[in-house]
Design a protein. Structure first.
Length: 331
């Protein structure tokens, strides 16, 4: 009982003392803070707590002081704003500790501890990821979601937003009847795509879907295949030409080992080699020519606005036989 009496007396002494201007406060600022403080005290004595608390808050903003902070916390408590009072008492604890004011730190701590069991603690739960949440317009750290947050009795609003999603908002009432209320943020729905405003040639504006950009000059799959086929065709012609020259040279060498229609073994072997390279030369020339022509046709018949990379390519096949080349495809 003696301890409680001492604490109460100490608190009363603190609450009736006007805030002192700190070093560096301007004369005008200190005067304004003093005037606001005194007006807040008068309103408190008249039990007009709803009007008094803003005066103390304004005084504290102009010239922060432990005495003003304790008066503000006491005003909030009398106005049944218990969470605000609890928060201000804890601010006073930290400020008193920094300034080495042990008596005021103890007073603020005991008042905060006494309020703790009476607090209403709201839990905000979210089923959506990467959402920005606000409580009464104040951003809530994502780490605080799901953690009980002290709130004052009365009306509160929770808002949630995310890029590309419809915003969520709900307003609700909390009271001392439920000490642990909760609000759940649902999975946010996708926001509808905005229809752009399009202006026609005569200046009329209307909302209509934007036409997808046309592919101007893009390389289609057909053009790419045409270039590949043409390159392969040139290579085939080169192979055919090489073996054609080799065939001619080998055949001339074989004739040196022949008299009329009779040839010795060396002539027969060279003639057989010439026939083999001649077949290769023939296939190379035919295949190369077909591929070259096919590649040119593919390239120049490709539509100018054909699909870009990633579109479904046409089916193309090339078959080479002993004496023929087949090019087939669909686009």
């Amino acid at each position: 009982m003696l301890k409680a009496t001492i604490v109460a007396s100490s608190l009363c002494a603190v609450l009736v003392v006007a805030p002192r201007a700190r070093a560096g406060d301007s004369e005008g600022g200190a005067a304004a803070a003093e005037s606001l403080f005194q007006e807040g005290r008068k309103l408190m004595e008249a039990k007009r707590y709803g009007d008094a608390c803003p005066k103390f808050a304004a005084s504290q903003k102009v010239a922060p002081a432990i005495g003003t902070l304790l008066n503000l916390a006491d005003c909030y408590e009398k106005n049944n704003q218990l969470a605000s009072a609890w928060a201000r008492f804890h601010e006073a604890i930290a400020l008193a500790r920094r300034l080495g004011r042990a008596n005021r730190e103890q007073t603020a701590r005991e008042r905060a501890d006494k309020l703790e069991p009476r607090l209403i603690k709201l839990s905000i739960l979210s089923r959506s990821s990467a959402v920005e949440v606000k409580l009464d317009g104040n951003p809530i750290d994502p780490a605080a979601l799901g953690t009980p947050i002290p709130v004052d009795a009365g009306e509160h609003t929770v808002e949630a937003t995310a890029k590309g999603k419809k915003p969520f908002s709900t307003t609700f009432e909390v009271s001392e009847k439920s000490k642990t209320p909760s609000v759940e943020i649902p999975v946010l729905e996708d926001a509808p795509q905005e229809t752009p405003v399009v202006e026609d040639d005569v200046g009329n504006k209307e909302k209509r879907p934007k036409e997808p950009p046309k592919d101007e000059g893009g390389w289609s799959t057909q053009k790419t295949l045409g270039v590949v086929a043409a390159v392969a065709g040139v290579a085939g012609l080169g192979v055919g030409g090489y073996f054609g020259l080799k065939t001619s040279s080998t055949w001339k060498e074989a004739q040196t080992y022949c008299t009329g229609l009779e040839c010795d073994q060396a002539g027969v072997d060279l003639a057989a080699e010439a026939k083999s390279t001649g077949n290769i030369a023939t296939i190379g020339v035919i295949a190369g020519g077909a591929l070259l022509v096919g590649g040119v046709v593919l390239f120049f018949t490709a539509p100018s606005d054909g699909p870009r990379s990633g579109a479904a390519p046409g089916a193309v096949g090339v078959g080479v036989g002993p004496g023929s080349v087949l090019l087939r495809g669909s686009f």
